[in-house]
Design a protein around this ligand. Structure first.
Ligand code: FES
Length: 109
């Protein structure tokens, strides 16, 4: 179990159980997070900008590598429906383009 902190989503420091995707852990903790394709790795709306701890996430999946090759997923971004957190803490933020209109987001430091 390791900690995931979303710095522009107030209250979003959560524990991610081993083997659980970041998206599943965020939803289990009660956070609303865009995931247009239903966590199937077929969009990029669930992406997370990783600020620290990128090395603590599981390696990119085939879907993430495909979006990276197409320029739709930057090297410091991960799909929360694909990435899991096995090794240590991760800090990230919700990109402006995928913020939900009804959700309050904090300032990015
Ligand atoms: S929800 Fe579509 S790729 Fe993650």
């Amino acid at each position: 179990m390791a900690l995931l902190t979303i710095e522009n989503l107030p209250g979003a420091t959560i524990e991610v159980p081993a083997g659980t995707t970041l998206l599943a852990a965020l939803q289990a903790a009660g956070h609303d997070w865009m995931h247009a394709c239903g966590a199937k790795g077929r969009c990029t709306t669930c992406r997370l900008e990783v600020v620290a701890g990128l090395e603590n996430l599981t390696p990119p999946t085939e879907a993430e590598l495909r979006y990276r090759a197409a320029g739709r997923l930057l090297p410091h971004e991960r799909l929360t429906c694909q990435a899991r957190l096995p090794a240590g803490p991760v800090v990230g933020r919700v990109p402006a383009a995928t913020q939900l209109p009804h959700q309050q987001y904090g300032e990015t430091p």
